[in-house]
Design a binder for this molecule. Sequence first.
Ligand code: ADP
Ligand code: MG
Length: 411
Amino acid sequence: MTYEYRILEAAEVAAHLRERGYWGTGAVDVAEVSDGNLNRVFVATRRDDGRSVAVKQALPWVRVAGPSWPMSPTRAAAEARAYRRVTAVAPETVPALHDYDAQNFALIMEDLSDLRVLRGVLNEGGGYGGASTAVGVFVARLSFATSDFGLSSAERKALLAESVNPELCKITEDLVLAEPYLEHEHNHWHEGVADLVAAYRADTALRTEIADLRHTFMAGAQALLHGDLHTGSIMVGVRDGAEVIRIFDPEFSFVGPIGFDLGLYWGNTIAAEARAHALGRSIEPGAELARSWHAFESEFRRLWPDRLDTFFDDAYLDRFLRRVWSDALGYAGAEIIRRIIGFAHLSDLDTLPDPVAASRRALTAGRELILRRTTLADPEAVGELLTATGTPAVIAGRRQDNSVEGVRQRR
Ligand code: ADP
Ligand code: MG
């Protein structure tokens, strides 16, 4: 399918804003800030009072590849839909969405330029602040509201129909949940982990578990997900003395297994721990996983009495949360593995002076998480596993300061 629409250049963004009812005729400065793989992002600032917004537009191809790699711009609609659903239940966790232009696949949203991407903060040795708690609350509220607990049966079917996102789901199905376990031209790795790559490809038990996680991703339509919730999809900072956390870029959003959002985040926190450990920084293995799980679980339990369908009883809630927990551990493991031997790698590990030891540790933990996901009882058990697979706590060195003041000093 070909898409005919206006692809915005920086010089056209002011006119686009006016057309969409933004800001009248005053002068506007526009800068392109795209640094992601897929889309264009501009920041537009009014010259008179300095107010600003961001404009994000999906191109009919992958931005960094150009027209030779076509991709449907309807991913912008998935992003707008996800923002609207989150805004209804957890508005403070996402950028405010001011406008979605469905003809031109362009969003106008809150400018986040004063914040920093969490991954960059962590790479420099900064802490999470309240990010893991925010992730837990975000996933609990979005997933409860869009599950069979928060919507009527008919509303759920409508949500499923409107939220299909086949092209972006296929990327995850292939890049995350298949290719790393196959010979594929996308894969690449540091020669220091080549033996593990070969071993994982030959590991039939691991292959079956990945197949299970892949099928759950395809068929486990529990709730609307963010779909790409890694530490590069979170901005953090301080405004007026208060910590601000914004989860952004939900273009992979679709109705899938709730554990996928938590697990992607966990995989990235475990990779960040492997980096911190390699650099001799103070870490508590699994601490952020524990924080986000506890926040998720307590928020989901808090919402439970509001469920529309009370045939689902309290005993079922326990069983359901147990399944989310083990799915999330599996997706965390899959995320770690694919980020070390698959297509897209992590700056957390790639920028280490010697990434091999940390990568091996993370790969080992990833496999264990996948294989043991149904028997690991709780975050404490995961912390023990991470310590045993070689990311022991480093107690020497300064503890991370997660207070607002600490967050401010790191900016
Ligand atoms: P992609 O979908 O292409 O990965 P992202 O949504 O991740 O695009 O945005 C790419 C980059 O653009 C971000 O890393 C950030 O630097 C910048 N950006 C995205 N959204 C905003 C925003 N609302 N305000 C300011 N900058 C933004
Ligand atoms: Mg994106």
